[in-house]
Design a protein around this ligand. Structure first.
Ligand code: ATP
Ligand code: MG
Ligand code: MG
Length: 546
């Protein structure tokens, strides 16, 4: 096979292994448990776990749970389930909150070195003193507090002596740095809030910049991969590690994945859920991993997509059609073929009697395919759109006098159209050609059209849900105003009463189906004793230009 060129992260890892900088690599996936994972996270997961897998290393799952207000164990559980479903296994399940004591000790160390101070200023005052990118900031009046005073005040902050916002701990770096993140950033704030894991043990919480790099270092992460917006944070990341003289983890940045017709921000996705634009985080229209799973996407398809888009260093917008293409390619290989009629037209086969079991391949793409029995009788449904009373030229479906093949059954010929008083076609009468049975056809007749069908007496009812894009515009982030104004009101189309061949009565949640001529489907969790429900994952047609 063709040798694929390395992406820039693979190049870095290979170099680091070759030079002996690290004997092996350790990456991490660090979600904040404040929402469900989305396709952007899938990219990060494939990257972090994929790198470790390729180079014989390991990956930690670390919950970045330093913000007690927005986090919840429901999210922790969903995140774990999603990563496993994508096909990855973490070496250790870790929580930044497990490091609270160690992080506190690091902060004390910085105070002792004269590198951190307690600031009583309000957040407005601190922001004003930061200056602007073109103008240096000004020192806080609290910047020169003594080590002893800072140690006492920081201990008091921890002990709960102060209210939210009364004090913060800042590192003393450089108030005139051209990098705003280096102008004495806050590393601890007071928050009297219950934490989903540490309960009420803490009322001070570390800021992202302090918790993240130090957690990386505690775990001895070699390559800490994050998205581009963290480039300006890297000097602080390195500075803290250097001052604390701890394991030198390194941060590398790549471009966030943005998808057309979608939003990939947990904050926005949460709004869609709470404001009922969708039916939960796992609504099949959501770009969440749980939504894609429910819709019928496969881990293989999603992983292939992440592989194909590569690792960019510049922000870009990826065509959702590529994701659909990758999912479709995989489903074509694994989906079981079934026949389902969405909009029925009754066909009576006037010269046929009894019931016969037709054999049909479950998957013609599979050389070892099994076959299933499909009952055939003298009353069947075809799609209403597969019949025309006055067809144009080159219409190869059913029409008066014309012949079509019924998939895995016989050739039929239309003899008569039955209408009600209003002139609507209620049924079509046909004859079948007894010597035209699929697999044993001696009729010598070639017909161009093949239709899917179901025997009326044997059909089972099913609800079918068809999905369109959740947003009407390609680049949602580029639009003015509220992103929710661009939600597509026609993103869900429900067919209440479709007719399915009886084999679908044994459908499994884990299986994927191709409904002939209709697309790829999976059974939805709303399926009950009374009603089967199927979601369309993707259509058959490939709109993606390769
Ligand atoms: P969001 O904006 O959706 O809240 P986040 O970056 O705040 O995203 P985290 O839970 O912190 O969410 O993300 C965990 C990891 O996934 C981080 O390393 C982050 O960089 C990565 N990640 C998040 N979104 C994307 C994306 N769209 N593309 C690539 N990686 C992403
Ligand atoms: Mg984050
Ligand atoms: Mg976020």
């Amino acid at each position: 096979s063709e040798e694929k060129s390395l992406n820039f992260l693979e190049e870095i890892v290979e170099e680091d292994l070759k030079s002996g900088k690290y004997p092996s690599i350790l990456t991490r996936f660090p979600p904040e448990p404040n929402g469900y994972l989305h396709i952007g996270h899938a990219k990060s997961i494939c990257l972090n776990f994929g790198l470790a897998k390729k180079y014989g290393g390991a990956t930690n799952l670390r919950f970045d749970d330093t913000n007690p207000v927005t986090e919840d164990t429901e999210y922790v559980e969903s995140i774990k389930a999603d990563i496993q479903w994508l096909g990855f296994t973490w070496a250790n399940e870790l929580y930044a909150s497990d490091y609270f004591e160690q992080l506190y000790a690091f902060a004390v160390q910085l105070i002792q070195k004269g590198l951190a101070y307690v600031d009583d200023s309000t957040s407005e005052q601190i922001a004003a003193m930061k200056g602007t990118p073109t103008q240096p900031g000004t020192d806080s009046p609290y910047r020169s507090r003594s080590v002893e005073e800072n140690l006492q005040l920081f201990a008091d902050m921890r002990a709960g002596k102060y209210k939210d916002g009364e004090k913060v701990l800042r590192v003393r770096v450089d108030m005139s740095s051209p990098n705003m993140h280096m102008r004495d950033p806050i590393i601890y704030r007071i928050k009297h809030a219950h934490h989903h894991r540490t309960g009420d043990a803490w009322c001070i919480y570390p800021m992202y910049d302090f918790a993240h790099g130090q957690s990386d270092s505690i775990e001895k992460i070699t390559h800490s991969i994050c998205t581009l917006e963290f480039i300006p944070h890297r000097p602080l990341y390195d500075w803290l590690i250097q001052q604390l003289e701890i394991f030198p983890s390194h941060q590398y940045e790549f471009a966030r994945l943005n998808l057309t017709y979608a939003v990939t921000s947990k904050r926005k996705l949460l709004q869609l859920v709470t404001e009922k634009f969708v039916d939960g985080w796992d609504d099949p229209r959501m770009p969440t991993i749980s939504g894609m799973r429910r819709r019928g996407y496969t881990p293989e398809g999603i992983r292939e997509f992440c592989e194909r888009i590569g690792v960019a260093k510049r922000d870009n917008l990826i065509d959702v059609g590529l994701l659909e293409f990758c999912v479709r390619e995989h489903l074509n290989k694994e989906a079981q073929r079934r026949m389902v009629v969405f909009d029925p037209l009754k066909v009576v086969i006037t010269n046929y009697e009894g019931v016969e079991m037709m054999l049909s391949e479950d998957n013609p793409e599979d050389p070892n395919t099994t076959q299933r029995e499909v009952p055939f009788s003298n009353e069947i449904y075809i799609e209403r759109e597969d019949f025309m009373e006055n067809p144009p030229k080159k219409y190869f479906r059913l029409a008066p006098g014309q012949m079509v093949r019924l998939k895995s059954a016989y050739i039929i010929q239309c003899e008569k159209v039955i209408k009600d008083e209003a002139g609507n076609i209620t049924e079509v009468h046909c004859v079948y050609l007894p010597n035209s049975k699929s697999g044993a056809d001696t009729s010598g007749i070639n017909v161009k059209g093949t239709l899917h069908w179901v025997s009326i007496a044997h059909a089972i009812h099913a609800e079918v849900r068809l999905y369109d894009r959740l947003f009407k515009v390609e680049n949602v982030a580029n639009e003015e105003g509220d992103f929710k104004d661009y939600v597509n009101p026609e993103s869900l189309h429900v067919i209440q009463n479709a007719y399915a061949e009886p084999a679908l009565a044994n459908a499994k949640f884990s299986d994927r189906y191709q409904f002939l001529r209709k697309g790829y489907f999976c059974m939805d969790k709303d399926t009950s004793e009374e009603k089967m429900v199927f979601n369309r994952a993707v259509t058959l047609k490939d709109a993606w230009a390769k």
